[in-house]
Write a protein of this length. Structure first.
Length: 253
C-alpha cells in the first residue's frame, strides 16, 4: 500500500497533509507519534473511512476504484473505539459478533457457510476467546471484549490488517500472545499496520512510521539507528531508548 501527497480531512479540517508513504507488503509497520499527530486518521483513511485527497494505492490500484465490499475483503480494520459499548449490540453473543467479520464474503441474506464457521472458530481459538463464544458481549470485561474484536478482525481473513491500539485493555499474557498472532499472520503473507503507544512493542515491527503535527516525521526500519534518533527527536528528547536483551525499550528522560 502506498500514499502520494495524501491529505486527510475530518469535515473541512485537514488532519494530515502531503504524506508519501510506502507500506511494505507482507511486513509489520507500526505508526507512532504524540497525541493528536493523526495516527488514527491515517488508518481510517487507509480503510476508506475518511475523506482524503492525493492518492492511496493498493497493488498499484487506487483505493477509490474498489467496490466497497471488495475493499472490505482486502482490508480489515480495528478501531480504537471498537471496545465501546455502543459500537456493537451488547445482546449479541461472542460467536455472532465474530461472525460479523465474515459479512464481506457472504451473499445477501445467505446463511454462514462451513468455511465461515471454520474461520470464526479459528479466530476465537487464536485469541483465546473460544470459551467465551456463548456469552453476550455485555457480560465481558474490557480485555475479553478486545480479544473478541481481534477475533472478528482475524475472521475477515483479509490481506491487510489495520489495527488502532490493538493492545487496549489486554493483560500482559495476552499482550505477549498478540506478538505471537502477529508472527503467525506474517508467515501467512499478511500485511500489518498498527498504531501503538507502547514504544517497546512498536519497535518489534519491521518498519516504523512516525507522525507529528499532521505530517510525516520519519519512516524507516525499526532497528536502524537513524530510526532511533528520529524517535528521540519525535518526543522532543523526553524519552531515551535502552537495549534490553534483543529488544529496545523507551524510558522517560
Amino acid at each position: 500500500m502506498k500514499t502520494h501527497q495524501l491529505t486527510v480531512y475530518r469535515g473541512s479540517c485537514a488532519i494530515l497533509s502531503d504524506l508519501n508513504l510506502d507500506i511494505p507488503q507482507n511486513k509489520w509497520t507500526s505508526v507512532i507519534g504524540p497525541n493528536g499527530a493523526g495516527k488514527s486518521s491515517l488508518l481510517q483513511a487507509m480503510a476508506g473511512l475518511l475523506k482524503w485527497s492525493g492518492s492511496i494505492t493498493l497493488d498499484e490500484i487506487n483505493l477509490n476504484s474498489f467496490a466497497r465490499k471488495d475493499l472490505a475483503k482486502k482490508i480489515a480494520w480495528l478501531d480504537q473505539t471498537s471496545s465501546s459499548p455502543d459500537e456493537l449490540n451488547d445482546s449479541l453473543s461472542v460467536y455472532d459478533a465474530v461472525m460479523l467479520g465474515r459479512l464481506p464474503h457472504q451473499g445477501w441474506l445467505h446463511l454462514p457457510s462451513k468455511t465461515d464457521h471454520i474461520l470464526v472458530e479459528q479466530a476465537l481459538q487464536q485469541t483465546d476467546a473460544w470459551n467465551l463464544r456463548h456469552r453476550p458481549l455485555q457480560q465481558l470485561s474490557g480485555g475479553e471484549r478486545q480479544r473478541v474484536l481481534l477475533a472478528r478482525l482475524l475472521a475477515v481473513d483479509s490481506d491487510i490488517l489495520l489495527l488502532d491500539e490493538p493492545l487496549a485493555n489486554l493483560d500482559p499474557p495476552h499482550q505477549a500472545d498478540f506478538l505471537k498472532w502477529q508472527g503467525n499472520l506474517l508467515t501467512q503473507g499478511k500485511t500489518l499496520v498498527t498504531v501503538l503507544h507502547e514504544i517497546h512493542f512498536a519497535l518489534r515491527a519491521d518498519f516504523v512510521v512516525m507522525l507529528k503535527d499532521g505530517k510525516l516525521h520519519f519512516q524507516g526500519p525499526s532497528q536502524d539507528p537513524r530510526t532511533h534518533q528520529a524517535l528521540t527527536a519525535l518526543f522532543d528528547g523526553r524519552v531515551r531508548l535502552e537495549k534490553l536483551g534483543n529488544d529496545w525499550i523507551a524510558l522517560p528522560n
